[in-house]
Structure formats: structure tokens, C-alpha cells
Design a protein around this ligand. Sequence first.
Ligand SMILES: [Cu+2]
Length: 104
Amino acid sequence: MTPCNPIPTLASSPCESINKTHAHKATKMNTQHETVLDVTGMSCSSCVRHVSDALRSLDGVTAVEVQLRAGKVLVRHDPAKAAVTALVTALDRAGYGSRLGVAA
Ligand SMILES: [Cu+2]
């Protein structure tokens, strides 16, 4: 029926870049939170990969979307497993400063 992938894989959904408020972003698992981080020091696609890998390696992180130009990173995670402080710590270890931000 729908041309959209019903599985909420942030990176590969064709809806993602078209409509930010797309219903596919909603999750049925209410333990999942979406946190926006303002990340400093990202300058190229390689940084995007580093940031993305650092966050994805954490237990409890289910999705990461890096917005290079905006300097923002959207993280879907279970705060009970991966708290915001753990996200910030992981980025710090990877060499990037970060703080809690608001969606662009
Ligand atoms: Cu870079």
C-alpha cells in the first residue's frame, strides 16, 4: 500500500528526508526516547561516521541520525540503558563536544 518502509530505520527510509514529522518515526516502544544533541567539531562525512559509530556502539541506542550541516545528532535510545550523559561521554571519547540541543 505505502511505498514507505514500515520498519523505522532512520537512515534508509525514503520518507525521512522528505517529511520530518512522518508517522514512521513514531515508536510503539515507549521506553525509546529521541534526544537531540548539539555536536561540535563535525566537519566532514568521516566525522559523521565517527559520531554515528560512537553512539551506535552503546547498548540501548537504536538509531542515530547525524545532521552535519546543522551540527545536530538525533539519537533514539532507551534512557535506562543509555542515558544522555552516556551519549555525551561517548562523543567526548570520540573527540567531539556535545550538549543537549533542540531539534532544527
Ligand atoms: Cu571529519
